[in-house]
Design a protein around this ligand. Structure first.
Ligand code: C2E
Ligand code: MG
Ligand code: MG
Length: 612
């Protein structure tokens, strides 16, 4: 057996030289000295062996424990050894692959040039790193991040290769999802509203002389009754089939889904047959769909318009399509209506409101943030502030965010509106931090669309820097429905990043989105805000009382804080104190107020003259 004993250690040499002396030297004293040298030499050699073995075992354990797969191969790239992570990723046991060439595991995705470059880099520099596709034992292909090192002997000749790799399929799928989320409707795979804006703009830009765009906004009548009678799953199936038929029929045109039961078609044409085009589209899409052994004939409401006659801007054209569709709806089900200028605004108060909101965002002076305080229910101590948006319309007075935020989302204004709120709330927090107000978190409501579309993280970072705030001074409220919205993909990692940055994250309106506490357990959040629907009837409603008690107990078990929303009475507050709730918000303590009014309530009183 090869002993890992180094011969260039002096004690080992001295022992070797002293060994014959133990036999030949007659002097007993000298013999004892020689024997002691031999003994020391043996001890040193044994010690070396022990340490080498320890090192070997440690490195084997480390390789075995490593999360990265490891392959050791010879100069012909034949596999000599693999670690357990390799088996976990590829599905092959070591016995199944030892002796096989590593290339035989590759997926046939890379061409000859790829491998030529791979080998020439490896041989020239001794290393290679990059993405490569391999195939698992069961046949599926996966991407891996591979690092290869060539091992050489003393003369520099390659003797072995060590390959380390990790499976990056989950990471790549997530990247793909992230790219898709913003642009694709997950149910039908069609472009979504955001993408449709881009596609329409692009078609408008590329219009040549003599060409026009025909556009139709199609709304399926009575999808709700399909959902109610056959179930949501069948409703979804119908939508997917509808999308498929529409895309097939309009091949070459832009076909997308705006959400719900609304679809859009845009075709570039040199014909002047808009009405006929809409009529044939309707005929084709009204043919029955076979769903759940039933033949369903759909009613369709279609609003249509034509560019450039009806406009050259995608935002304007979208509005015009909608106003044509609303007026078609007013005619009853199953009607088509082409846009007429008279339909704009006067027939559609919602659209008038959208254009007013656009103006409000530009002028900025109709929008305000009010702040509602959060308290400890027992002591009444101030624990936080929630920023709530207000719109003071010049003619209609105060408009509730519940009314205009959905409009802003529908008409592509939410990103801008959201930025306005973040900017103002940060400025206010900075002012409070410097003016002796109690130092509490300012909570900002974040809309779903800010998460899907805008670059929320960058926007927050810019504002924090501008106002010299720390993330810990800002809280983010995301409604439960946002977290459940499939368009957002898996929110867990994104929330984790926000929390790692130091923001506090709360789930707003908890209990309205039908998620379970078990689901929330997987989400990295700090707080949940129990929707006021559960508080309203407290303490008399037994079901609500039981729900609130259970949520508080379970949240405590999960280390989550609960804020009870909409606390209006002393009785509700007492019930919550008894149930262990430590944070409340509601009219009982304070209504949302403009910042200056809050300051009067909470800023320390100025010292009387002469006081020190
Ligand atoms: P929310 O975030 O759950 O805000 C709490 C709402 O409850 C506020 O309504 C507040 O005025 C109201 N409220 C508070 N205490 C009581 C109470 O004791 N009784 C009753 N009946 N109501 C109470 P508001 O201001 O009308 O806001 C409605 C929703 O609009 C908010 O619900 C939030 O989802 C959204 N919102 C408000 N501001 C913004 C914003 O800046 N950005 C986004 N994305 N959404 C916002
Ligand atoms: Mg909120
Ligand atoms: Mg809420």
């Amino acid at each position: 057996m090869w002993l890992p004993v180094s011969l260039n250690r002096p004690l080992v040499w001295m022992a070797l030289m002293a060994l014959p002396a133990c036999v030949w030297i007659s002097d007993a004293a000298l013999r004892m000295v020689a024997a002691s040298i031999v003994a020391f030499g043996l001890w040193d050699a044994w010690n070396q062996v022990r340490q080498q073995r320890l090192r070997l075992r440690l490195s084997q354990d480390a390789i075995g424990l490593a999360g990265d797969a490891m392959v050791i191969s010879d100069v012909h790239n034949r596999i000599l050894a693999v670690n357990p992570a390799f088996t976990e990723i590829t599905g092959y046991d070591s016995q199944e692959v030892i002796g096989r060439k590593l290339e035989t595991l590759a997926a046939p995705r890379h061409d000859k040039t790829f491998y030529q470059t791979f080998w020439s880099t490896l041989k020239a520099t001794g290393r290679w790193e990059g993405e490569m596709w391999n195939r698992r034992k069961h046949g599926d292909e996966y991407p891996e991040w591979l690092k290869v090192r060539a091992i050489t002997d003393q003369r520099g000749k390659i003797t072995h290769f060590i390959s380390l790799f990790t499976d990056i399929s989950a990471q790549k799928a997530r990247e793909r999802d992230l790219r898709r989320i913003g642009y694709e409707d997950p149910l039908t795979g069609l472009p979504n509203r955001r993408r449709l804006h881009d596609l329409m703009s692009s078609r408008l830009r590329h219009l040549r002389a003599g060409e026009s765009l025909d556009m139709a906004l199609i709304d399926i009548d009575g999808l709700k009754s399909v959902n109610d009678s056959l179930g949501v799953e069948q409703g979804d199936r119908l939508l997917a089939r509808f999308a498929q038929r529409l895309a097939g029929y309009m091949a070459g045109s832009v076909v997308g889904r705006l959400g719900g039961d609304e679809f859009i078609v845009i075709r570039t044409t040199t014909f002047n047959d808009h009405d006929k085009w809409v009529a044939t589209l309707r005929d084709h899409m009204c043919r029955p769909f076979e769903i759940h052994d039933q033949s369903l004939r759909l009613g369709l409401t279609i609003g249509s318009c034509r560019a450039p006659e009806d406009g050259r801007d995608s935002g304007v054209l979208f509005q015009r399509l909608e106003s044509a569709m609303y007026s078609a709806k007013r005619l009853g089900r199953n009607h088509s209506q082409r846009f007429r200028p008279a339909l704009d605004k006067q027939d559609n108060p919602q659209l008038a409101l959208v254009s007013d909101l656009r103006a409000a965002l530009i002028s900025g002076d109709q929008l305000e943030l009010h702040y509602q305080t959060q308290h400890h229910p027992g002591s009444g101590a101030l624990m936080g502030m929630e920023a709530l948006l207000r719109w003071r319309h010049p003619q209609n007075g105060m408009i509730s965010p519940g009314d205009f935020i959905p409009l802003a989302e529908r008409h592509g204004l939410m990103a801008e509106l959201g930025s306005w709120v973040i900017e103002k709330a940060c400025a206010q927090q900075a002012h409070w931090q410097n003016s002796g107000m109690p130092k509490v978190i300012v909570w900002i409501n974040i809309s779903a669309l800010q998460l899907f579309q805008g670059d929320l993280e960058a926007q927050l970072a810019t504002c924090l820097e501008r106002y010299r705030l720390r993330p810990a001074q800002i809280g983010l409220e995301l409604t439960e429905s946002v977290l459940l919205d499939e368009r957002a993909g898996d929110m867990g990692p994104r929330l984790q990043v926000l929390r790692d940055l130091g923001y506090t994250v709360a789930i707003d309106d908890f209990g309205t989105g039908y998620s379970s506490l078990g689901y929330l357990k997987r989400l990295p959040v700090d707080k949940i805000k129990l929707d006021r629907a559960f508080i309203r009837e407290l303490p008399h409603d037994k079901a609500d009382a039981a729900i609130v008690t259970a949520v508080l107990a379970m949240a405590a078990g999960m280390g989550l804080e609960v804020v009870a929303e909409g606390v209006e009475t002393q009785e509700q507050c007492q019930f919550l104190i008894n149930a262990g709730c430590t944070l409340v918000q509601g009219y009982y303590f304070a209504r949302p107020l403009p910042a200056d009014e809050l300051e009067q309530l909470w800023a320390p009183l100025p010292l009387a003259e002469g006081a020190s």
